[in-house]
Design a protein around this ligand. Structure first.
Ligand SMILES: Cc1cc2nc3c(=O)[nH]c(=O)nc-3n(C[C@H](O)[C@H](O)[C@H](O)COP(=O)(O)OP(=O)(O)OC[C@H]3O[C@@H](n4cnc5c(N)ncnc54)[C@H](O)[C@@H]3O)c2cc1C
Ligand SMILES: C=Cc1c2[nH]c(c1C)Cc1[nH]c(c(CCC(=O)O)c1C)Cc1[nH]c(c(C)c1CCC(=O)O)Cc1[nH]c(c(C)c1C=C)C2
Length: 478
């Protein structure tokens, strides 16, 4: 009977604990212990009910419904009994249609349908269709990886790279499209060029030939989401409701949760591992690390210096998040998800989310300004004051949205090293790290958002994959 220890109590660590207890027979796993360094579970997922009654999200606020990873999280929500708490947003809702960018101080809608792609809309000097045709004519370049910006610039032209890909890289990865990897972050686009010589040809081929047979896709919860055309979803009382439900679930299933002592070292003890956290020690037959890779690097240094070096090579971006709430509901005149600021604009701001356009709150406007990212230190220094962050956010809303009211509630937070940066070569770094683990026969799995995707869905799916691999190691057929 194996003893399993999960490191890190973010959504990935909680999901890993849940899957160990639901996918593996209790006859095979004697105990599961989850070790979280801080005093709360959830990692970056944090929903705060402010004294004024308004709900503020510090990190993620919506989850994608599409794809296998999206379907997997929907099934998890169903299994946790959260179906009745889901707040879904279907395609066609203004926040799914209207995503804007700010160029030369003015907001512009990004094309979101075929009809808008046929028209020339500023800041583009040509209809988007012209860029799509450029892809069909562009030469195939055989390569292992390149930056998102260079790939899109080469195949679709400079305007799509500057006004679509650059801001999207800021709005999902808080990163620099000129350094982020196309192979890791837009795997299918890279593969379409390598296999079909063109992104458009590859995408058409996929539409007509590929049908995923993943079992989660046939789950009634996923079918309902498909039928109702859900684009994204969240939960009543905020995204942290998922964390609370996972916590209840794993506690009920007997998982031993230890809070408040960061893991500092893993060391080999025969075929087992010794885990040192605070002044405590525990031994395990297998460890699933759901720590950010920089933390995994520091705790694994003892097991393999090369592994630690690889994991340390993955950089992170810091984001300042300012939530602002106003006591009236009509402050945003253009309903939208929000807007992104491309890196060519002289701005400290990455983007602004119009929270109450997606999920209204009675007589309130709630907006979130995100700042810094890849550029954090050069823009703000290492420790900007709260006043500086708040005034930057308020100035942004005044100059771009014309909001001169003073917010009735606000919250500023610097989320240090919160988003891993999948730079060119990331896929190889992760594959090499996993190869080293296999070569040294280390009973360790790497999960969480540092490796196989930065979103919540990816973090959860990576935890499930780690548990499925553990089943194989233990000789269990799932
Ligand atoms: C501003 C922002 C907005 C985002 N928006 C979205 C969104 O809209 N949709 C979406 O899908 N995703 C979004 N994300 C990404 C999402 O937050 C992450 O994918 C997800 O939270 C990652 O979960 P995780 O468990 O892998 O890691 P984490 O949340 O980083 O959890 C890791 C845990 O490990 C703990 N830990 C660290 N070191 C140690 C140690 N030595 N010992 C023990 N414990 C330790 C930490 O305290 C933490 O609890 C956003 C992220 C940010 C920062
Ligand atoms: C301005 C900064 C940021 C905004 N959101 C994030 C940052 C750094 C972080 C983030 N946002 C999303 C994800 C998850 C991606 C996934 O794999 O599911 C993360 C890590 C969701 C997201 N945000 C935008 C898009 C296009 C997506 C993908 C999923 C979806 O379609 O909803 C765009 C976007 N992000 C921000 C704004 C203001 C914005 C567009 C207007 C904020």
């Amino acid at each position: 009977m194996a003893k399993v220890v999960v490191l890190g109590g973010g959504v990935a660590g909680l999901a890993a604990s849940h899957y160990i207890r639901t996918l593996l027979p209790s006859s095979a796993v004697a105990s599961v212990c989850l070790i979280e360094g801080s005093l709360r579970l959830g990692g970056w997922m944090q929903s705060v009910q402010h004294d004024s009654g308004v709900l503020l999200e510090a990190g993620p606020r919506t989850l994608r419904a599409a794809g296998t990873a999206g379907a997997n999280t929907l099934v998890l929500a169903h299994d946790l009994g959260l179906e009745g708490k889901i707040r879904s947003v279907s395609y066609g809702h203004p926040t799914t249609m209207n995503r804007m960018i700010k160029v030369n101080g003015a907001l512009h809608r990004l094309p979101s349908s075929l009809s808008t792609a046929l028209k020339k809309t500023p800041p583009f000097t040509k209809p988007l269709l012209v860029a799509l045709l450029q892809d069909l004519r562009s030469e195939k370049v055989c390569n292992c990886d390149e930056s998102l910006y260079s790939f899109v610039n080469r195949r679709f032209g400079r305007e799509v790279a500057t006004y679509v890909i650059d801001p999207l890289a800021r709005g999902v990865f808080a990163g620099n499209a000129r350094e982020l990897s196309v192979k890791s972050l837009a795997k299918s686009l890279h593969a379409y060029e390598q296999r079909h010589g063109s992104v458009i040809k590859g995408a058409c081929f996929d539409v007509f030939t590929q049908r995923s047979r993943d079992s989660v896709l046939t789950h009634p919860m996923v079918k309902k989401a498909r039928k109702e055309k859900w684009a994204v979803w969240s939960l009543q009382e905020g995204i942290e409701t998922l964390i609370k439900a996972l916590e209840r679930d794993v506690v009920d299933r007997g998982v031993d949760i230890r809070l408040g002592h960061p893991v500092n070292k893993l060391s080999q003890n025969g075929r087992c591992l010794k885990i040192s956290f605070g002044s405590n020690e525990i031994s395990a037959d297998h460890v699933i690390s759901c720590l950010p890779c920089s933390q995994a690097a520091s705790v694994c240094g003892n097991l393999s210096k090369d592994l630690a070096q690889l994991l340390n090579a993955i950089p992170f971006a810091t984001v300042a998040v300012v939530n602002l709430a106003y006591d009236r509901s009509d402050l945003v005149t253009q309903p939208a998800f929000g807007y992104l600021v491309p890196s060519c604009e002289p701005s400290k701001v990455l983007g602004v989310i119009f929270d109450t356009c997606t999920f209204p709150q009675a007589n309130k406007t709630v907006l979130t300004v995100m700042m810094g990212g890849y550029w954090f230190n050069s823009l703000f220094g290492t420790h900007p004051s709260e006043e500086k962050l708040l005034s930057t956010a308020i100035d942004e809303l005044r100059s771009t949205l014309g909001i001169s009211d003073h917010p009735s509630a606000w919250r500023t937070q610097v989320l240090r090293a919160c988003i891993p940066q999948y730079v060119v070569g990331h896929t190889e770094v992760v594959a090499s790290a996993r190869r080293l683990i296999d070569q040294h026969k280390l009973p360790v799995s790497l999960a969480g958002n540092s490796y196989d995707g930065v979103g919540v869905n990816d973090a959860i799916l990576s935890a499930k994959a780690a548990v499925q691999n553990l089943a194989t190691t233990l000789g269990i057929k799932l």
